[in-house]
Design a protein around this ligand. Structure first.
Ligand SMILES: Cc1cc2nc3c(=O)[nH]c(=O)nc-3n(C[C@H](O)[C@H](O)[C@H](O)COP(=O)(O)OP(=O)(O)OC[C@H]3O[C@@H](n4cnc5c(N)ncnc54)[C@H](O)[C@@H]3O)c2cc1C
Length: 409
């Protein structure tokens, strides 16, 4: 993929080394780092910006995810935040001129018990109150929207109903990364691939690090007015260089695809009780995922036990899957916060900002988080949509706990 990005895409890459100083240096060329660069340049005219990527752009989770975009969360602040993202995604192709293969499919979120049905009914009502389009639907409508489903759940997980999120969508993950990169590059932002940041430039006193003033790379130091850390699962290491200890644990998340299924499988289907989700890729493959690995680690290997457990859940609800073969599996390392919500904005150390806590749910947030962080960097004030997701919420007992909404991506 790197060869494709570097030789076939119309990206005006920089030649030579980064400049010695920028207004903003962004560590990490994933979706979040690049969308922030894009919105800094396009919305605020801040183009003296450099994105430093250790590998190739999109090589982290932004190029490894299962591409689900939705806003059917359980807290008002989260619904509004993700709804803004969903709408930015809907306009991304028109805005950037890049085809990101955005496809509105609708998401069915299954309820297998009376309690789960009540939860999904509540979700539908509160989503509607906050601007997201979600209805509660009954088994007949579920079958009409997804004929492949076994409504008896193999006799063990009967389907009582579901919330149906009309605007649930997918987009091609690496194309989203390239769209933001191309847009930022055209405005004059510098993006350097294969340039790992190896340390932070800091000013310290007896009480610790007072200020971050730039970054260190193998090719030398780069000064910055603001450093944004957008490094996905590596965030604890990078923040640690500034003495910032984050409430983040890094866990691997696995997913897999089967060979192509000839019929259409229209919606995205998720089950919180079984903890798995499924959709069909544009190539016809069935794309399946479940929860992240219980043990915290930086390991990106996939495991037979995961494939076995996840396949068993998926075939329980969709028996046709037993006729398909697993073609490919992969994993990414996810920065999971304790309340399953992102951490955006000030790090507590001057000059260092954060885009983290994206866990297993951050692809859908790439547009809104970039937009909000760009405004925060430009104005110095957290905008209303991202303000509830500051790091300080953990010390002020205002956590944004919504695990059941993040559970199945
Ligand atoms: C299998 C899987 C399925 C998922 N499914 C979904 C989904 O359906 N919907 C959804 O919303 N989310 C999903 N996610 C989560 C989503 O992919 C992530 O939350 C999101 O991509 C995070 O983007 P990011 O830019 O923060 O991180 P990344 O894309 O991981 O980018 C971080 C970048 O920083 C770079 N980096 C690290 N250290 C350094 C350094 N020292 N110097 C320079 N660069 C550095 C890395 O190389 C990497 O490219 C899924 C994740 C996985 C793994």
């Amino acid at each position: 993929m790197n060869e494709f990005v570097e030789t076939l895409l119309d990206l005006p890459w920089q030649i030579g080394d980064p400049k010695p100083a920028y207004d903003v240096v962004i560590i990490g060329g994933g979706g979040h780092g690049l969308s922030t660069a894009y919105y800094l340049a396009t919305r605020h005219g801040i183009t003296n910006v450099c994105v430093l990527e250790a590998n190739y752009i999109g090589s982290g989770n932004s190029g490894r995810n299962t591409t689900i975009i939705r806003s059917n969360y359980g807290l008002a602040e989260s619904v509004r935040f993700y709804q803004r993202s969903l709408e930015l995604y809907q306009g991304l192709e028109a805005e950037t001129g890049c085809w990101v293969m955005h496809n509105t499919k609708g998401q069915i979120w299954l309820a297998h018990s009376v309690t789960a049905a009540r939860t999904e009914q509540t979700r539908a009502l509160m989503n509607a109150a906050c601007g997201a389009h979600t209805d509660y639907i009954l088994p007949d409508e579920i079958k009409a929207r997804c004929p492949q489903i076994d409504l008896t759940g193999g006799g063990r997980y009967p389907v009582q109903g579901a919330s149906y999120h009309h605007e649930g969508a997918t987009a091609r993950h690496d194309r989203v990364v390239w769209a933001y990169a191309q847009g930022a590059l055209r405005k004059g932002v510098h993006i350097y691939q294969h340039t790992p940041v190896t340390g932070l430039l800091t000013e310290s006193s007896s009480s610790g690090v007072d200020r971050v003033t730039g970054v260190q790379t193998a090719n030398g130091a780069i000064s910055a007015g603001t450093v944004l850390c957008a490094v996905g699962g590596r965030v604890s290491v990078v923040a640690g260089w500034a003495g910032v200890r984050l409430p983040i644990r890094t866990h691997a998340l696995q997913a897999f695809v089967t060979n192509a299924y000839a019929q259409e499988f229209a919606p995205i289907v998720s089950s919180n009780d079984l903890v798995f989700y499924i959709s069909q890729t544009p190539r016809g493959q069935m794309l399946i995922g479940a929860e992240y690995d219980r043990q915290a680690s930086y390991r990106t290997a996939t495991s037979y036990s995961y494939l076995q457990a996840c396949s068993a859940k998926a075939t329980t609800m969709f028996p046709f899957l037993s006729k398909l073969r697993i073609l490919r599996s992969w994993a990414g390392i996810c920065d999971v916060s304790p309340d399953f919500s992102p951490i955006l904005g000030d790090s507590g150390v001057e000059g260092l900002m954060l885009s983290t806590g994206w866990g297993t749910w951050g692809f859908k947030a790439i547009p809104v988080a970039g937009e909000q962080l760009a405004e925060h960097i430009a104005t110095g004030v957290a905008p209303p949509l991202s303000a509830p997701f500051g790091l300080d919420r953990f010390s002020t007992e205002s956590v944004m706990a919504d695990p059941s909404s993040a559970g199945t991506r």
